[in-house]
Design a protein around this ligand. Structure first.
Ligand code: 5AD
Ligand code: SF4
Length: 465
């Protein structure tokens, strides 16, 4: 009987990708994935530590899942519990002490060692394995090839870790130093994804545009060059990348946006604050005007570019006038969408030790004001698409029968009536209505996708879906 693996993923797309690769790593041991933890022989929580109460959430989820372990034991089955990701990295041994249900704690850099860890546990080494190393060997070199296609919109991790040390952020501690995968490995993985049906690939990295990977001629390539190379893959229609740091937007990347139509006109470029005083306290290494200049250069290269960002309100020492600068920057840049958060002190980060913390009530007011403005911009951006024809990559069924959901080039969710066999296809859609979080439209034509080489391999997979 195959063993069952249940993975619950929290947080960023990097974690989503990591979960897929953990499943790949465990497949040779006979683990098949299940959606039901009650059915599982191995439960992994792949955790996120970026913002509030991350560890508390994990501990309470472990509490909820504990009866499953007891039930399995009563049936004479051994159910393993693993905690992965950034909370595991941050908590380490503490996790085993606080949550006796946990057998295994492992950080984001060690999941290629999972098969060995599981074999040791099942071999009677008991509970209590902790692996939060930053090993010298790269997990990417020790993972099996992907076992299952990811679907029409796939993720591909190209870079990991961060050397920026923004003063509020745990990532440099939990994910470690910056590391870029070699160009050849990335191209090979992208080709496999496309052969498996991917029409769109999103390159992932905590600081993805700091990418500096080795190519076969032992030259170092930046992200712009990598994107151009990937754009050569036949059958691949769309490229995206996330998350970028303003400081690492270079001329090559800007030129790639200008020249390469497969790079989608959407960029998530976090600014965090519009106040130079706060940006400096955040150790962001850029000013508000630096950011404006970068945005101008990108928009000169690609006038159609839609922008997204992350914002933190209530960073220690943030005054009303600092927050007003944030609102001014948002008004000037005009975002297609954005994420905004209240500052939450992360243990071990420099900002957590600053005395001048902003009261919760002030944080709430600022967050509401910022979200109001961003919401208006997002709605206006979406409404401007009504009456236009745009391409949509359909990814899954919609809520209502007969509907599919896909994405526009600008990352908007688009709902349309369409047969299920169009999942995985790029269609032209006339946009008829807009809301804050989605568009609705009508499919007009089959696009070139249907004639392209890659597509001829897709239909059987689609029919099965
Ligand atoms: N408090 C609030 N938001 C944070 N982020 C990162 N660390 C914190 C923190 N301590 C936000 C940033 C980052 C996004 C992924 O999460 O805006 O860009
Ligand atoms: Fe965190 Fe700053 Fe690195 Fe982004 S750039 S991962 S916010 S330290």
């Amino acid at each position: 009987m195959p063993k069952k693996l249940y993975i619950k993923t929290y947080g960023c797309q990097m974690n989503v990708y990591d979960s897929v690769r953990m499943a790949d790593a465990l497949a040779p041991l006979g683990y098949a994935q299940t959606e039901d933890p009650g059915d599982a022989d191995f439960v992994i929580l792949n955790t996120c530590h970026i913002r509030e109460k991350a560890s508390e959430k994990v501990y309470s989820e472990l509490g909820r899942l504990r009866p499953l372990k007891e039930a399995a034991a009563a049936e004479g089955r051994q159910l393993l519990f693993g905690v992965a990701g950034c909370v595991a990295q941050a908590e380490g041994e503490e996790m085993l002490r606080r949550a006796p249900v946990v057998d295994l704690v492992f950080g984001p850099q060690t999941y290629h060692r999972l098969p060995e860890m599981v074999t040791r546990l099942l071999g009677g080494e008991g509970r209590g394995l902790v692996d939060t190393d930053f090993p010298l060997e790269s997990k990417f070199d020790h993972l099996p090839e992907e076992s299952a296609p990811q679907g029409s919109a796939a993720f591909l991790s190209v870079q990991e870790g961060c050397d920026k040390f923004c003063s509020f952020c745990v990532v440099p501690y939990t994910r470690g130093a910056e590391f870029s995968r070699p160009v050849g490995d990335i191209v090979a993985e992208a080709e496999r994804l496309v052969a498996g049906g991917a029409r769109e690939i999103t390159l992932l990295g905590q600081n993805v545009n700091a990418y500096h990977g080795e190519a076969s001629d032992s030259a170092t390539w930046g992200l712009g060059r990598l994107l151009r190379r990937l754009a050569e893959i036949d059958g691949l229609a769309r490229l995206r990348y996330t998350t970028s740091h303003p400081r690492d937007v270079d001329a090559e990347l800007i030129a790639a946006h200008r020249d390469e139509p497969k790079i989608m006109p959407y960029l998530h470029l976090p600014v965090q604050s519009g106040s130079d005083r706060v940006l400096s306290a955040m150790n962001r290494k850029h000013s508000g005007d630096d950011y404006r200049r970068i945005v101008d250069a990108l928009r000169d290269a690609q006038p159609d570019l839609a922008l997204s960002s992350d914002f933190i309100v209530g960073f220690p020492g943030e005054r009303d006038r600092d927050f007003a600068e944030t609102l001014r920057l948002v008004t000037e840049v005009n975002y297609a969408q954005a994420y905004s958060f209240k500052y939450s002190p992360r243990p071990g980060t420099p900002a957590a030790g600053i005395e001048d913390q902003v009261p919760e009530t002030v944080k709430n007011e600022r967050l509401a004001a910022l979200q109001q403005l961003l919401g208006e911009q997002q709605l206006a951006f979406n409404r401007a698409k009504v009456g236009q024809r745009t391409s949509v990559l359909f990814e899954k069924r919609g809520k209502r029968p007969g509907q599919l959901i896909g994405r526009s080039p600008w990352m908007q969710s688009v709902v349309a009536e369409a047969p299920e066999r169009l999942i995985g296809h790029i269609m032209e859609v006339d946009i008829e209505a807009a809301q804050r979080n989605s568009l609705a439209g009508r499919v007009v034509t089959l696009d070139y996708a249907l004639q392209s080489k890659a597509d001829r391999t897709i239909p059987s997979r689609i029919d099965a879906a």
